[in-house]
Design a protein around this ligand. Structure first.
Ligand SMILES: Cc1ncc(C[n+]2csc(CCOP(=O)(O)OP(=O)(O)O)c2C)c(N)n1
Length: 638
């Protein structure tokens, strides 16, 4: 791809494309040129603002072909995850707002029903497209409507169990729907879909390829206008040879008609294929091979094929932002390797996020005790439960938002049996530009209600290391720790020190108000204490460390010393840390004035974490303001 500054007005086709109707005015060869223009535009915009890039670069032709052939928004196009939906956004009225993507008050980085009528189903988490598409197709048939349902799912998302639950149901219900399998062999990391090996083996087999082409030529000629003779011939071929010899066997067994594999970068062929099959009935699966990050020469060498990037240099792909302070993720990954070298019972498990969780460090250093199970959070947890029954110490590292998927597994498979699984939740609290589907807003609430669960949150990276160490030694049941996205504080790292379970610490003594904080909110509260000090307010700052069990002794002393207790957390105020403190007060008859401050009971939109914290008064200034107001508040006793 050539390096030049991009101007939409200088494009031949893209400047006039606002909606899919504009696309339909173009000839098939024009679509090729438009693909190049779109790639340039996407590269130019995302290099300046950052975002999910590789997946969208890989589906330029596919998205064009789908919008060229089908008629959205009447026809429903459902993208799995939605991170590859940037081209879809460009073609559906959001081209000029692409520069605002994932930024505060800008368009979302995922698809969102409230953003556009072209976004038939919102997502952010993987493997929901087939189930939702089946729901839409079923509703269509109830209402005797006529639209098409097209879902696009990546091979990575096919490692999620819901895909198979949906396919099983689709095969039974035999609804008219088109599933496009966008196969680029990548999840965020290289994919771990075992079925993929089978495709690859077959694709490389020459005699298979010759036969497949013949079959494809025959079946490809069949459309609803063609003669019964050809149809029955194709059906025979499909039922006989094709079922045995094509990679579609798995899908055919589940009740789909399989088409492909097709080169996903030949836009003309893609259009022809969709035209040919669009009126076929029953569930159809179109298998498309694409290249993640297609375009810039450096993409193929990039370890994640440009999956998601901060602003970067367009000519090299190198991200511009560098920090000297390590991210919590990195601190965790390295600490785990250190501990795993000492303790051979430690096993690391990720659900398709080796880099995002920091477990890539384990993958490199101790690969035999590292497992990437795919986008399969539920399986990851129960797999860990099984390991624990044999005396291993599984460390399951999953983002706060994705662990929501495995709620029952945590309760039923781990906690009821008091199995020693260590849960490490990265991206707790507000994650920023990924928005409401990705914020880790609920973990303290959903973990807290599970009996036998210990819950910790470190105030800095040194405490993170000590909590991890404590967790691997605990061995009395499930234990969880949660920490935010982004850079740690840059404090000194000491020797691993075992913490006493359920013990907090007073980090600053005070006399006017107690601020009980958890995790990264300890730092913000400590800075708030300095702001308050300038206003003559002497706040005591407590690092509670444990949300469960709470430090009862410390709480008793704080309740005895202060009338006003302010709790601070970057978790929903419903059922989280503050609620735990209130329940403690209620249980032991304390009548202190308590204010819970945290995330409000609503979905928080995207924006930089610091912007969102400021909006929600969870930054130091905000906490100081809340504390000051709280001190003025009179307790109402009715
Ligand atoms: C439940 C869940 N777990 C993890 C993720 C993080 N995630 C986002 S995209 C992605 C990879 C998806 O791979 P694939 O479907 O093949 O799409 P591609 O990026 O290759 O286009 C992962 C693991 C997620 N979105 N949802």
């Amino acid at each position: 791809m050539e390096e030049h500054s991009f101007d939409l007005n200088n494009t031949k086709f893209l400047k006039d494309i606002e909606y899919p109707v504009d696309l339909k005015k173009l000839s098939l060869p024009d679509l090729r040129e438009l693909s190049d223009e779109i790639r340039d535009f996407l590269m130019d915009t995302i290099s300046r603002i950052g975002g999910h890039l590789g997946s969208s670069l890989g589906v330029v032709e596919l998205t064009l072909a789908i919008h060229y052939v089908f008629n959205a928004p009447q026809d429903k196009i459902i993208w799995d995850v939605g991170h590859q939906g940037y081209i879809h956004k460009i073609l559906t009225g959001r081209k000029n707002r692409l520069k605002t993507i994932r930024q505060k008050d800008g368009i979302s980085g995922f698809l969102k029903r409230s953003e556009s009528e072209y976004d038939a189903f919102g997502a952010g988490h993987a493997t929901t497209s087939l189930s939702s598409s089946l729901g839409i197709a079923t509703a269509r048939d109830f209402q005797k409507k006529k639209f098409k349902v097209i879902s696009i799912i990546g091979d990575g998302s096919m490692t999620g169990g819901m895909a198979y639950e949906a396919m099983n149901n689709i095969g039974l219900l035999k609804k008219d729907m088109i599933v496009v399998l966008n196969d680029n062999k990548m999840s965020i990391a290289p994919n771990v879909w075992s079925i993929q090996n089978y495709f690859t083996d077959l694709m490389l087999n020459e005699s298979y390829n010759r036969l497949r082409n013949k079959i494809w030529n025959l079946t490809g000629k069949v459309d609803k206008k063609n003669s019964d003779r050809l149809r029955s011939l194709a059906a025979k071929i499909e039922g006989g040879l094709k079922g045995v010899l094509t990679p579609g066997m798995l899908f055919e067994a589940l009740g789909f008609r399989y088409f492909g594999p097709i080169n996903g970068h030949n836009v003309v062929n893609l259009v022809k294929t969709f035209e040919e099959i669009k009126n076929f009935t029953g569930p159809l699966l179109v298998h498309v091979f694409t290249e993640k990050g297609k375009g810039p020469s450096y993409a193929s060498k990039h370890f994640q094929k440009l999956h998601a990037l901060n602003p970067f240099d367009k000519s090299t792909g190198i991200e511009l932002k560098k920090s000297s302070v390590p991210a919590y993720t990195k601190v965790f990954g390295e600490a785990l390797v250190e501990l795993a070298k000492r303790d051979e019972k430690i096993i690391a498990i990720t659900a398709a996020m080796p880099d995002g969780t920091g477990l890539n460090a384990m993958a490199v250093s101790i690969p035999e005790r590292y497992f990437d199970v795919g986008i399969a959070e539920q399986h990851a947890v129960t797999f860990a439960a099984g390991l624990s029954t044999e005396g291993f110490t599984p460390v399951v590292a999953i983002y706060s938002t994705f662990l929501q998927r495995a709620f029952d597994q945590m309760i039923h498979d781990v906690a009821t049996q008091k199995l020693s699984v260590v849960f490490v939740l990265d991206r707790s609290g507000l994650v920023g530009s990924d928005g409401p589907t990705h914020h880790g807003s609920f973990d303290l609430s959903y973990l807290r209600l599970i009996p036998n669960m210990v819950i910790m949150a470190p105030k800095d990276e040194n405490e993170l290391r000590n909590m991890l160490y404590t967790a691997t030694l605990y061995k009395k049941g499930p234990i969880a720790m949660r920490y935010p996205r982004g850079n740690a504080l840059g404090v000194d790292i000491g020797e691993f020190t075992k913490l006493e379970i359920g013990k907090g610490e007073v980090v600053k003594e005070g006399s006017d108000i107690a601020i009980l904080a958890i995790g990264n909110m300890v730092h913000n509260s400590s800075v708030a204490a300095k702001i308050l000090e300038e206003k003559g307010i002497d706040a005591e700052i407590v690092n509670m460390r444990f949300v469960k069990p709470l430090d009862a002794e410390l709480l008793r002393s704080v309740f005895g010393k202060f009338k006003k207790i302010l709790t601070i957390e970057d978790n929903s105020i419903l059922g989280g840390f503050g609620s735990a403190v209130c329940e403690f007060a209620e249980q032991y008859g304390f009548k202190n004035d308590i204010l819970i401050h945290g995330l409000p009971d609503k979905f928080i939109e995207h924006g930089k974490p610091e912007e969102l914290h400021a909006d929600l008064k969870l930054d130091a200034n905000g906490i100081a303001e809340v504390a000051e107001e709280f001190l003025k508040r009179k307790k109402v006793i009715s």
